[in-house]
Design a protein around this ligand. Structure first.
Ligand code: ARG
Length: 577
């Protein structure tokens, strides 16, 4: 794939070879030095030649002049040397022709860096804790994680999406006690995970009340919960059956949200799966002399790396979150032989990951540097922060339900077909939330404003989908495919072609930085460039047959790239809104 910069870099490298000799300057070296000048009157691409003085042993002015004289390419309308800069101006028409032909040639894979072939990436994301609410704090891990999976797939990686369900731990003891005391099978079958959460919240409140009622903070309910969890761990049939049921009820609910987002996981192996895989790793740690006893607990001391100790076993010998993550990573390496294992969680867990990554390194696993933690910032809604423990949270499904309901209402004004309205509501409402969320750098804390997300005016998901639908309707009206001709193009058209041409670079950057928001912002650039073109130029009604053909081809290329880009951030692209 030759993007604009790459192609330019190749021309410059070959001009440098003839002017100064072979082997001094590679196209890759040049590529890293090229800039897009902020002032476009100077040119579309520039090379600051002072960076080459050392290698080529000439002054920047001499270098720029020699290079300018050596570049011959019809895609540049002018090549000039100004104060040690090599400025290149693109010939819009020739350039657009080439870009659009690249897009049509590559089809749905246009923009793929194609550098993942033969490599495997394992992505651990979403991973809610069963029986605790699946709330908007999980939006980040779910959509960033899935978008990273789609981006890696696009680049040709073999991807394994893992939902590492929080399906083990003392919360199940509590839930079993709560269910036995207050639970009703029919109510849970009817109400699903919400009813489980209610039981969970209720027992937590009652435990707290018990603890607060006496000096020693004793709680018979907490003791009973521990006992039930112990029974579960020992394989008690009744508790195991309840546990399985709780997990199934929860999963069924999560699936609804995943379905709306178009997410499917390749594995649901949750924390419980690793119960019998931890002892071997603990044993290895012990044999390597890495474990220390600290107040009865077994820990790995990470003082040398300026981190608190990593807890491996509690005083009572039970395992912990890091213990499970270590065992899971070892298992996944064996199972998938990954080249990269990505974990997407809130930044609150950054220390946890830094700690156990270090432990894996100390254990001598040479793949420790293939582990990548991708953190993200907090989410609040309309200014209100979340409180998870009290059950006072906004559930992900409620957030989507509200967005869907609002879009449906608007759709109903124009569309009498209820099923169609539901479909639009889902595609646009869910897309609005995803787009809004992925508009910001992932580390930024987000304050979610529903009104802003759903607006058709701003830089929103509905606006992007609307622009896509507009390209579809132009193409439908045109009734022909269109090819690029030699009809001279205006500034607006070549701007659109330039925007299309930078798509591959943006994809590279999104993958390198684990940052889907790069794609979201690209979508906005592309929509803006297309809409300017659309408003100023008549497309299907253009009188000049040559120009009309080029404009339709440009619209078709936009349509294709926009669809690909929306897909990569987990969004649908409805043809009509
Ligand atoms: N279940 C955890 C939570 O909700 C997230 C798990 C992240 N993945 C991991 N391998 N630790 O906080």
């Amino acid at each position: 794939m030759l993007t604009l910069k790459k192609k330019t870099a190749e021309y410059i490298a070959s001009a440098a070879a003839s002017a100064f000799g072979e082997g001094l300057l590679s196209a890759d070296d040049v590529l890293g030095m090229l800039e897009y000048p902020p002032d476009r009157t100077m040119g579309d691409i520039a090379l600051p030649c002072f960076r080459l003085s050392k290698i080529l042993r000439r002054s920047p002015v001499q270098i720029a002049e020699a290079l300018a004289g050596g570049i011959k390419c019809e895609e540049f309308s002018s090549v000039s040397a100004v104060n040690g800069y090599l400025n290149l101006k693109i010939d819009g028409t020739a350039f657009a022709k080439r870009v659009v032909s690249d897009v049509f040639r590559d089809g749905d894979s246009y923009g793929s860096p194609k550098n993942g072939e033969g490599k495997t990436v394992v992505l651990d994301y979403s991973s809610p804790n069963v029986a605790k609410p699946f709330h908007i704090g999980h939006l980040g891990t779910t959509v960033i994680g899935h978008s990273l999976k789609l981006l890696h797939e696009f680049a040709g990686y073999e991807c394994v999406g893992i939902n590492y369900l929080g399906d083990w731990g003392t919360q199940f003891g509590k839930l079993i006690v709560a269910y036995k005391m207050w639970g009703d099978k029919a109510v849970i079958e009817e109400g699903g995970v919400d009813e489980l959460v209610k039981l969970y919240v209720r027992i937590n409140n009652e435990i707290k009340a018990e603890e607060d009622s006496n000096e020693e903070k004793k709680s018979p309910l907490a003791d009973a919960s521990r006992a039930e969890f112990k029974k579960l761990e020992e394989g008690n049939e009744e508790n195991l059956a309840l546990w399985r049921w709780f997990v199934d009820v929860s999963l069924e609910e999560y699936q609804k949200t995943y379905k709306l987002l178009g997410i499917e996981f390749d594995s649901y192996k949750g924390e419980s799966f690793y119960t019998d895989k931890m002892p071997a790793e603990v044993e290895k740690l012990r044999n390597m002399g890495l474990l220390e006893i600290d107040d009865g607990a077994s820990i790995v001391n990470l003082e040398k790396w300026n981190m608190p100790v990593c807890l491996i076993l509690k005083r009572d010998g039970s395992t912990l979150y890091p213990t499970r993550d270590i065992a899971a990573a070892v298992y996944r390496k064996g199972e998938y032989n990954f080249d990269k294992a990505i974990y997407v969680t809130s930044a609150a867990q950054s220390l946890h990951f830094a700690q156990w990554f270090k432990v894996v390194e100390l254990m001598g696993y040479d793949w420790h540097d293939q582990l990548v933690h991708v953190p993200y910032g907090t989410v609040s809604i309309n200014g209100a922060k979340l409180a998870t423990r009290t059950g006072n949270v906004i559930l992900l499904k409620d957030l989507f339900a509200e967005a869907i309901a609002r879009v449906k209402e608007i759709a109903r004004e124009k569309n009498p077909d209820e099923a169609k309205c539901q479909e639009i509501g889902e595609k646009v409402g869910v897309g609005a939330i995803v787009f809004y969320y992925l508009s910001n750098n992932r580390m930024r804390d987000i304050n979610f404003m529903m009104e802003d997300a759903l607006s058709f005016d701003g830089n929103t998901g509905p606006y992007a989908q609307y622009t896509y639908a507009r390209t579809c309707s132009v193409l439908e009206k045109a009734g022909m495919d269109g090819v690029m001709t030699d009809a001279p193009l205006s500034e607006l058209e070549s701007e659109l072609a330039k925007t299309i041409s930078v798509f591959p670079e943006r994809i590279n950057q999104a993958i390198a930085d684990y940052e889907p928001s790069v794609v979201t912002r690209y979508i906005l650039d592309l929509c803006a460039a297309f809409n300017r073109f659309y408003h100023e130029c008549s497309i299907a009604n253009c009188d000049d047959a040559q120009l009309k053909s080029s404009r339709i081809a440009l619209t078709r290329a936009t349509n294709q790239v926009l669809r690909t880009a929306l897909h990569l951030i987990c969004m649908q692209s409805p043809e009509k809104i």
